[in-house]
Ligand binder design. Sequence first.
Ligand code: KIV
Length: 317
Amino acid sequence: MNKTNNNNNNNNNNNKKNQKTGPKKKLVVNDIVSMKNNEKISVITSYDYWSAKICDKIGVDIILVGDSGGMVMLGYTSTVPVNMKEMLIFSKAVSVGTKRSLIVSDMPFGSYQIDINHAVKNAIRFIKSGSDAVKLEGGIEIIDRIKAIIDVGIPVMGHIGLKPQTTRLWEGYKVQGNTAIRGSQLLREAIELEKAGVFAIVLEMVTSEVAELISKSIKIPTIGIGSGPYCDGQVLVLHDMLNLYDNIKPRFVKTYTNLSEIILNAVHTYIIDVKTGKFPEEKHSYKIEDKEYERLVKTIKKIQKKISSSSSSSPNT
Ligand code: KIV
């Protein structure tokens, strides 16, 4: 294949990517809601400027600044320890890297449980740091806080099924909605959240039959994670899909590439290059002009001469 054909292929690939990306208009909550029954909603987590910039550029619909950032970015063993300060830093960085995607930030454990005022104040802090909406884990037990946040004009995404902030304390990470009673409880929670005004609901590790039932019973989109193929959208943790985090590997994760291995190989090659003097090469350096270099050598010689004559005449030597 000649160079021109290669260029054409590259252009075609770029065109395809641009088609996928779609218009550059900033997405708002109503755009996401109107995707239900028309187009699946793509959601991915991000916690920093560079990955948000990539995800936004390629056209992901929602960037979720998940509290999973506590685990994959900060190394905590669960999502419980991550706090407002840390989540706000993640959210700010993501907002700087994002032009089009809707940004939803997770309210961390402890930021909305205490009382309504505390929850509203913290939700406002996310909007001020560049997020477009917040997500709260919980159902009927937090409806008052969800309503209060929506009342001040902040869009809320719900999150039911497995709620990693608290479920793990009661029963561990287990499949949700696997009995008739628990399935109907989840459906009731989804209906109550819709009535409260949330614009979408994450269903985590819910049996696919129950997730389908919920998706068909409410008018707002459901976003699945480990909840089968019948939700209106899907979310994955970026570090899981890139194999950058392997402490826990749930069955629902699909690994799209092994970035850990790519990074490992690159850093290994760098170490060898440094040790063997292969890097840096001349082309990685900056040059002084020859004339200036000659002047420099002369100046240094003069300085050295002065130093040696003054030290030989010193009485202390
Ligand atoms: O924090 C997170 O990444 C999440 C998703 C798993 C939905 O809440």
